[in-house]
Ligand binder design. Structure first.
Ligand code: PLP
Length: 439
């Protein structure tokens, strides 16, 4: 009897964290929105960010389907450019901004100002003046000193709708630096300590300010619905007490964003359908006990809309073996993605453009910057023959990467190309090039 050896089939690439449009047109290559990543790297140079327009739009629609009764505001700080503002507007979402800059970009693009909410723990005079001049829908008050300043800026005959950011005292979120629901951080006004109630009473004494609701944002990268339900209970509890004390009926409850996504295959994500049905039930319950009308729900997803729609492309510049590690150094790093250094985000980069034949090796993908902490992805698997000139792609790169890019080492912030129907177009130019990287 003879044994026939069938070569083990190469496992199909795990594309679960890539945009839905991602295909493998040839072994080792990837295309997003029909555009091969190798061609994008050739045309725009590296590092370069790629954003799948269809994925952004689809994610907006998923939110609208899950929360048909709610106002959905995209958190612009995750990533904003003119095209992005158009897509968000066309998909019927509102916008949450935190500076005059974000606000002006959106409004000069044609975004309706009444669908914009301004946030910020420390709003500058220019932030407030711009918001009033452009007529934003809501300003979220985040500190007591803002109340008199805003009322004065509105003037005796004006009226501005405001919300108050309250802190429900909940610890949730992927990392200490992205938790904003607890009492000992800089955002919002504590319910437990009475600061929120005190600020609300002062707002009610200012006829220029019309309080429409309460806002809370617990943090980011939250993958369980529970903290949101506790937040609803506590904020509705406060609404009840405000009704008893002031006869106040607040029509809006803004639950913020922070919906967790997977950066690597197999990681948990927040289930939107579950979140929607449980929050709905919680609000209905609260209404039954409080005897108040159900407030209109507002939610503010950022990362979950744009994060999974983006990818970053880098060329490998150097491969170095030390006693215990292999360092694969690329032509970008912490100046285009500070998130691993800031709060320990883990990514799953992969080789594109050729199929690595060597057995996988454990390596650390590091940046080119003058900091030992400039690590993009530590302890990941890449083909053992990874070498200078190779192209690496990092999925789930659409949120808080280009938006947080810095001028460190004067490397210059990378460009961003949008892909759709097999075509790529430049949305954000490369900032500055010390050395020619476009070939
Ligand atoms: C950052 C932020 C969001 C969005 O958070 P994601 O984690 O991107 O969903 C929403 N609301 C407020 C007030 C924020 O500061």
């Amino acid at each position: 009897m003879t044994t026939v050896h069938v070569p083990a089939a190469r496992p199909a690439a795990d594309l679960s964290v890539w945009p839905a449009s991602t295909t493998e047109p040839a072994r080792g290559d990837l295309a997003v929105g029909g555009a091969p990543l190798t061609e994008i790297a050739d045309r725009f140079g590296t590092p370069v960010y790629v954003l799948d327009e269809a994925e952004v739009r689809e994610r907006c629609r998923t939110y609208r389907d899950a929360f048909p009764e709610a106002d959905i505001l995209y958190a612009a700080k995750a990533f904003l450019c003119r095209a992005m503002a158009h897509w968000i507007d066309e998909e019927g979402l509102g916008l949450d901004v935190c500076s005059a800059g974000e606000l002006e970009l959106a409004v000069t693009t044609g975004f309706p100002p009444d669908r914009i909410v301004l946030h910020g723990n420390a709003k500058s005079p220019r932030d407030l003046d711009t918001a009033l001049r452009l007529g934003v829908g809501r300003i979220v008050i985040d500190s007591p000193s803002e109340i008199a300043r805003l009322a004065a800026a509105v003037g005796p005959d004006g009226r501005q709708k405001v919300m108050v950011r309250v802190v429900p005292g909940i610890s949730a979120g992927g990392h200490a630096k992205i938790r904003t629901g607890t009492d000992d951080q800089k955002f919002g006004l504590s319910i437990a300590d009475g600061y929120a109630q005190h600020a609300i009473a002062r707002i009610l004494g200012r006829p220029q300010l019309r309080l429409t609701g309460l806002h809370c944002h617990l943090g980011s990268q939250i993958t369980s619905v529970k903290p949101y339900l506790v937040a609803v209970r506590r904020v509705v509890g406060l609404m009840m007490r405000l009704h008893e004390q002031h006869g106040l009926v607040l029509p809006e409850l803004d639950l913020g964003g922070g919906h967790g996504i997977a950066h690597r295959p197999g990681e948990p994500t927040l289930d939107l359908a579950t979140l929607a049905s449980r929050v709905r039930a919680e609000l209905a319950d609260a209404r039954a006990t409080a005897g108040l009308p159900v407030p209109r729900l507002v939610i503010e997803p950022g990362r979950a809309i744009v994060g999974p729609a983006g990818a970053a492309l880098y060329h490998v510049l150097a491969v170095k073996h030390t006693g215990r590690h292999v360092f694969v150094a690329v032509d970008g790093g912490m100046s285009d993605n500070p998130r691993p250094a800031l709060y320990g985000v883990r990514y799953a980069p992969r080789l594109v453009g050729r199929s690595g034949t060597a057995a996988p090796a454990r390596v650390s993908v590091v940046g080119r910057h003058c900091e030992a902490g400039d690590i993009l992805a530590s302890d990941v698997e890449l083909p053992g023959d990874v070498r200078p000139g190779d192209l690496l792609a990092v999925p789930v790169a659409g949120a808080y990467q280009l938006a947080m890019a810095s001028g460190y080492n004067l490397v210059g912030r990378p460009p961003l190309a949008a892909v759709r129907d097999g075509r790529a177009r430049l949305l954000v130019r490369r900032e500055f090039r010390a050395v020619p990287t476009e070939r």
